[in-house]
Design a protein around this ligand. Structure first.
Ligand code: HEM
Length: 242
């Protein structure tokens, strides 16, 4: 624990009171990301081995953490933009954009974008971790294989058949109750992540308006372009067919 507490080293000269707040909040996020990845990785294994109730149990823990992550934005938002400016320049090129664990969560959840590997400054270890997540199974893959095992085919190349299978899960919830409640848990994970994105962009606009980001993007404009990202678009679309 002593070692952990040596890792918060403000960089700005002259020193800025709120830099410690900024560092602690970011590090707390990374610790929670670590636990989320632990749970999601186990969730993938549980779905692949055909254990939907256990996968749902793990996802419910992820939901609880995600609610903390959304609430935690308020701690950083207690900073005034003028106070942020006292140390903002010493941050570049660091940015949440460079968070490898954040991309790992996106990838393992089902949203894989190889393009980020080129856009991030990665050492060989981080690159290997992201490559592994890109090629490895996602929660959605696990869910689909679970449905296949229950006689509900989810072929990659046949959207209509997939929708029929998903509709059966939703309409025959007594028969497929574990699968149905797991699909709802996946949707909650997706929804909470989307809420975090919205909460984050509002905080960013409050802190830096339309300035570009320290990670090299257009800032809030880039972040707004990510708000419609979804891990499980087919579970959202399904609502229109019920
Ligand atoms: C004063 C507070 C913050 C500001 C002004 C801010 C600003 C930004 C900006 C402008 C971006 C776009 C990328 C770039 O830098 O060019 C970004 C991305 C990001 N930030 Fe923050 N951020 C703040 C706090 C946080 C915190 C506490 C986290 C927690 C981990 C975080 C996580 C992220 C992530 C994961 C991205 C990438 C999002 C994506 O690409 O979809 N940020 N942030």
């Amino acid at each position: 624990m002593g070692e952990l507490l040596t890792l918060q080293q403000p960089q700005a000269t002259p020193s800025a009171h709120d830099e410690l707040l900024f560092i602690v909040v970011h590090q707390a996020y990374e610790l929670w990301f670590k636990l989320i990845l632990h749970e999601l990785s186990a969730g993938v294994e549980e779905t692949i081995s055909g254990a939907p109730a256990r996968a749902r149990h793990l996802l419910e823990r992820v939901h609880a953490i995600e609610r903390v992550l959304i609430e935690q934005v308020a701690v950083l938002e207690s900073m005034s933009p003028q106070d942020f400016l006292e140390f903002r320049t010493s941050l570049a090129p660091a940015s949440g954009f460079q968070s490898v664990q954040f991309r790992e969560i996106e990838f393992v959840s089902g949203l894989k974008e190889r393009g980020y590997l080129e856009r991030l400054e990665l050492d060989s270890e981080d690159r290997a971790r992201l490559e592994q997540r890109l090629t490895g199974p996602t929660l959605w893959d696990g869910f689909c294989s679970l449905l296949g095992g229950r006689g509900l085919p989810m072929p990659d190349d046949d959207e209509r058949t997939r929708r029929e299978s998903l509709l059966r899960v939703a309409r025959e919830r007594q028969e497929f109750s574990d699968e149905f409640y797991l699909s709802e848990a996946l949707l909650t994970h997706d929804e909470l992540f989307a809420i975090w994105r919205q909460r984050h962009v509002l905080m960013v606009e409050r802190q830096i308006g339309t300035k570009s980001g320290t990670g090299g993007t257009t800032g809030a404009a880039y972040l707004r372009s990510t708000l419609d990202k979804r891990f499980y678009p087919e579970l959202w679309e399904l609502r229109s067919y019920l």
